[in-house]
Design a binder for this molecule. Structure first.
Ligand SMILES: [Zn+2]
Ligand SMILES: [Zn+2]
Length: 270
């Protein structure tokens, strides 16, 4: 089975399942490798329902490493983290990233300024908004995030569409620019199946992004963005199909050292 590298835990305040419960659910589903990647503290906003607090990172890391040890030989558990790119507070976040032995860092843009635009509780702020401008700002931030060189993976690349808002202009040139920068830095992007569970009802990213990524030569990993044990590996069959249709023949693995790949022909039949 293709590893699921985007799994949250109850430490973030809006998911259920401890690290150990997530690992056990993955084992039950037959995964040989997964990565726990909970939200790094969002310092730009003090909200226990958005991420763990700064004082909790230590125990997050310990719990993941404990589960890794406990299940050695049964399942490979990678220590990941999902770290927001938020220009105004990057200094502190970089320090956190450097303080722990993360196997990989997923980079995401969930907030523009003081607005966590993907938080359903803040949906009202879309009212009367210039959606084209919003999209431009969002992708500008994604580009800046890639250019920092701090991240291994671009999370849910077109998250801006989460609640179904669409721009009136062509996003392809922005996609290409971001992907070219990602390629230079040896980054991947994730095909994140959680969009299927939100109003937009489609995978992040859309098929066009995947096709351009394949042309540019940026590898893809899979992530369910699980916020409950049952979400792990959800809709991976559809994600693999999306990759195959775009011309991919393999899906990437994450971890320290040389990048591994799983041939799609094997993944689609297992
Ligand atoms: Zn979350
Ligand atoms: Zn995210």
């Amino acid at each position: 089975m293709v590893p699921d590298y985007h799994i949250h835990t109850d430490m973030c305040g809006h998911a259920c399942g401890s690290v150990e419960e997530m690992v056990e659910a993955a084992l039950e589903k037959g995964f040989a490798e997964i990565g726990i990647a909970d939200h790094l503290p969002c310092i730009y906003v003090d909200d226990p329902a958005l991420s763990m607090s700064t004082s909790e990172i230590e125990s997050y890391v310990e719990e993941v490493l404990r589960s890794r040890e406990k299940h050695k030989g049964e399942i490979t558990v990678r220590l990941g983290i999902e770290a927001d790119y938020h220009e105004q507070t990057m200094g502190e976040r970089v320090k956190m990233l450097e303080s722990y032995p993360f196997d990989y860092v997923i980079g995401s843009v969930h907030a523009l300024g003081d607005w966590t635009f993907d938080d359903p509780r803040q949906l009202k702020r879309f009212d009367g908004l210039d959606i084209d401008q919003f999209y431009r700002q969002y992708f500008e931030c994604v580009l800046e995030m890639v250019e920092t060189g701090l991240y291994d993976v671009i999370a849910h690349p077109d998250l801006a569409k989460k609640f179904g808002h669409r721009p009136s202009f062509d996003l392809a040139p922005l996609y290409r620019r971001i992907l070219q920068e990602a390629k230079k830095r040896g980054m991947c992007y994730e095909v994140n199946t959680s969009g299927l569970r939100w109003p937009v009802g489609e995978m992040y990213p859309e098929a066009r992004f995947v096709r351009i990524a394949h042309e540019v030569g940026v590898p893809a990993v899979l992530g369910s963005d699980a916020h409950a044990p049952d979400d792990i590996g959800k809709d991976f069959d559809k994600a693999l199909e999306l990759l195959r249709e775009a011309g991919y023949t393999e899906v990437a693995m994450l971890g320290k050292g040389e990048r591994g790949f799983i041939p799609l022909c094997e993944a689609l039949t297992s």
